[in-house]
Design a binder for this molecule. Structure first.
Ligand code: NAD
Ligand code: MG
Length: 399
């Protein structure tokens, strides 16, 4: 069977890696839709190579630029633009599989649409799940499609859990098939050992230079602050349905052990591999089959050490904020996510000092009461409110 794949965010790091895995397996996949924010040239090149039936960009101007390039190449790709068109790419391109790799809240609507429509959802866009966990998991249930985590930690845990864990054929819902704890590994990012008094001067370039992974700029900053791991704790909570107390974070600087599952009999299962997103992407694309991904084999003999330690919460206040928001539940994770997106963008684009990222998130969380967040309207409303409060907060800092 040839899988028909729509890639939301095809010009980003995950999107490009997905196309690379597809390139290595040309007989197994057909690309039906590609979408990008603003990178018209890169999207045009991808369309020429993969000939999707739909391509989407954000603005009308970019759409007409893309259309001209594709017409010159005699391509029949329909070019659309705007947020609604992302949903059209999911529903009307004839795909059975959707790679959700738009960064941030912008990915929520098309990812939800894919879930409701029963597509196989390859979930990289953790922010969508953090905002709308309950709603999204319900939509997956109603749609009846498979949900494959692409985040390397969650993909590792998925690989280490028993099959019946996901099929609902588990013997008892409360016993979780003997699973005691999920251990999410974290590299600790570029500032794991930086003296605390030097953190105030951190620049965007330093924050985006991750020691092990090559990623988009937003997730790179989140990895530096460890907000990324906080979002991943919330992501794991929704994906795997275990109580929060059973989800732990462990610092593992080498990023070779991608995460672990501890069972009641003393067994601990881990998934190891190179820090290369093509492994989890390949696993999700053709699960339960395994296909080549282009990733180099892991050479255990060349690894001098695998180290593990507890995260230093004083160094990573964002991690504590995420744990607190996860515990508070309701609207708190959506508020955390929105405030963080605004603060990270301000750090990257308008010079908000690095150490103000957690301060902005904390102030926004403190200002907005925890409400229920079970409908799409309420989530979008909470997201908008949190962004407005975050912008105010940043304005007052930057005055
Ligand atoms: P990226 O910045 O490299 O790419 C983001 C993609 O989304 C691009 O194609 C961009 O054009 C598109 N986009 C951005 N804003 C948009 C908007 N408003 N409307 C439509 N499209 C928009 O990001 P990435 O590193 O590929 O990460 C993508 C997602 O995957 C994120 O949610 C991230 O947390 C998650 N993720 C990434 C990695 C990784 O290794 N890069 C690992 C785990 C999870
Ligand atoms: Mg991850």
């Amino acid at each position: 069977m040839v899988r028909k794949v729509a890639i939301l965010g095809s010009t980003g790091s995950i999107g490009a890696n997905t196309l690379d895995v597809i390139r290595s397996n040309p007989d197994r996949f057909q690309v039906t839709a590609l979408t990008a924010g603003k990178q018209v040239e890169k999207l045009a090149e991808q369309c020429v190579e993969f000939a999707p039936s739909i391509a989407v960009v954000t603005s009308a101007t970019d759409a007409s630029r893309l259309e001209k390039v594709l017409q010159n190449k005699n391509l029949k790709t329909r070019v659309l633009y705007g947020p609604e068109a992302l949903v059209t790419a999911v529903l009307d391109s004839g795909c059975d599989t959707v790679m959700a790799a738009i960064v941030g809240a912008a990915g929520l609507m098309p990812t939800l649409a894919a879930a409701k429509a029963g597509k196989r959802v390859l979930l990289a866009n953790k922010e969508a799940l953090v905002m709308s966990g309950n709603l999204f998991m319900q939509a997956m249930k109603v749609g009846g499609g498979a949900l494959l985590p692409i985040d390397s930690e969650h993909n590792a845990i998925f690989q280490c859990l028993p099959y019946q864990f996901f099929t609902g054929s588990s013997s008892s819902e409360t016993q979780h098939d003997g699973v005691e704890e999920l251990w999410l590994t974290a590299s600790g990012g570029p500032f794991r050992n930086t003296p605390l008094n030097q953190l105030a001067e951190i620049t965007p370039e330093q924050a985006c230079a991750h020691p092990n992974w090559v990623m988009g700029r937003k997730i790179s900053v989140d990895s530096a602050t460890m907000m990324n791991k906080g979002l991943e704790v919330i992501e794991a909570y929704w994906l795997f349905g275990l109580p929060l107390e059973k989800i732990k974070v462990i610092i593992h600087p080498q990023s070779v052990v991608h995460s672990l599952v501890r069972y009641c009999d003393g067994s601990v299962l881990a998934q190891l591999g190179q820090p290369d997103m093509r492994t989890p992407i390949a696993y999700g694309l053709d699960w339960p089959e395994r296909i080549v991904s282009g990733v180099a084999p892991l050479n255990l003999m060349q690894l001098a050490n695998l180290n593990f330690s507890e995260p230093e919460l004083s160094r990573f206040p964002c991690l504590s904020l995420a744990f607190a928001a996860a515990k508070a539940g309701g609207s708190a994770p959506a508020v955390l996510n929105a405030a963080n997106e605004v603060a990270v963008a301000a750090f990257l684009e308008t010079g908000l000092p690095y150490l103000h990222i957690p301060q902005v998130v904390e102030r926004v969380l403190n200002q907005l009461p925890v409400e229920s967040a079970d409908s799409l309207d309420s989530i979008l409303d909470i997201d908008a409110q949190a962004r407005a409060v975050a912008h105010n907060c940043i304005r007052s800092i930057q005055q």
